[in-house]
Design a protein around this ligand. Structure first.
Ligand SMILES: [Zn+2]
Ligand SMILES: [Zn+2]
Ligand SMILES: [Zn+2]
Ligand SMILES: [Zn+2]
Length: 354
């Protein structure tokens, strides 16, 4: 039987038979109550060990408790938890990490807000939740803003900063500086417009962060109405405060988000566009769709009827065209009236000899 399988032999004998690793265990044995010859190599006895690879705590060699069996087993042998970074040592602790990490390290040290925990007693990779206090001036009701984050989050390469200091991420938190009301106050005319357009009776602008994806209700401040009532719509805060600011979808535009209002509908558009608008009203050939219920900028196709004399078999010529193509700057007209009409169509419309 090979030596490492003999559970009954003493630790001393086992170490003698296990080369360098055995020597290391002998060196690390630091138990005050037993000797290596007083325990078997397979015992579950928790012995005291002392790191032989340089770990220190407060200048003293690092000691820890581990079962003898865990150190002599074949696989996943338990080593020094200081060497593996699982417990803080003089060379590996959060205070040291801060000292070694320039300005950012100083900031972390300044933000430490755990009254009863010493930074020295936490590893930089620790997953323990710790309290931090913003060092850049964030407050809540006038008190310094604090938040909870692990040491690991704060020291990793994707370092997380104060969630009150703003940004559009999902970790963002509400502070006296980071709320929608403050954002509006800081954003001149546009901010004033948002304040005017806020249409949430039960939510204070002070209680929402400017960069969230939450939807809120807004009321047009430029006069859009639906059946005479102020036009309201839903939109995320993010879409209203980010660099591509979206406005009232009733105020027009050709986008997919445009909405129907008393001001933004095809009939109104025609009434506002004089002769050309009158022509469109005349040419509208949808018996079952009211022009009032169609947006001027839609990409939907509708039926039109020529008002300039094109006929087919004595009937007014009709064709399909996207509404937007008739109201946009190109203002497409009846294809039969076009000088560029194909000869086939001209023949069909009786404009040239068949
Ligand atoms: Zn060690
Ligand atoms: Zn902050
Ligand atoms: Zn509007
Ligand atoms: Zn025509």
């Amino acid at each position: 039987m090979r030596a490492q399988y003999k559970l009954g032999i003493t630790l001393g004998d086992w170490c003698d038979e296990n080369g360098e690793y055995g020597d290391k265990l002998m060196e690390e044995w630091y138990d005050p109550d037993r000797t290596v010859d007083g325990v078997t190599r397979g015992t579950k006895y928790r012995a005291l060990w002392r790191c032989s690879s340089g770990c220190t705590v407060d200048g003293e060699k690092f000691t820890w408790e581990a079962r003898v069996s865990n150190r002599t087993r074949t696989k996943r042998r338990a080593g020094c938890p200081g060497c593996s970074g699982h417990v803080p040592t003089d060379a590996n602790n959060l205070r040291k990490w801060c000292q070694d990490n320039g300005e950012y390290g100083q900031k972390l040290a300044a933000e430490w807000a755990e009254p009863d925990v010493n930074m020295k007693d936490v590893t930089p990779a620790s997953a323990k939740k710790l309290t931090w206090r913003c060092s850049s001036g964030c407050t809540v009701d006038g008190e310094p803003f604090t938040w909870v984050s692990t040491a690991s989050h704060r020291t990793s390469t994707n370092r997380t900063g104060c969630p009150g200091c703003g940004g559009h991420g999902r970790y963002v938190q509400l502070t006296d500086q980071n709320n929608l009301l403050k954002w509006c106050q800081d954003n001149g005319e546009y901010g004033q417009k948002l304040i005017e357009e806020w249409a949430e009776p039960d939510v204070n602008m002070k209680d929402v962060t400017p960069g969230t994806n939450k939807k809120h209700v807004w009321r047009c401040s430029s006069g859009c109405t639906v059946d005479g009532e102020p036009f309201t719509w839903e939109s995320t805060l993010n879409s209203r405060t980010c660099s591509i600011r979206t406005g009232c979808p009733g105020c027009g535009g050709h986008g997919p988000s445009a909405q129907l209002t008393d001001q933004n509908n095809l009939l109104k558009w025609c009434q506002d566009n004089k002769e050309y608008g009158q022509k469109l009203i005349e040419e509208w050939a949808e018996p079952d769709v009211n022009m009032k219920d169609v947006m001027p900028g839609t990409n939907k196709k509708h039926l039109w009827r020529c008002s300039s004399g094109c006929t087919v078999d004595g009937e007014q010529f009709t064709w399909e065209a996207i509404v937007d193509s008739r109201t946009c700057s190109d203002r497409c007209g009846c294809p039969g009236c076009s000088p560029a009409a194909p000869i086939d169509l001209k023949k069909r419309l009786g404009k040239v000899a068949r």
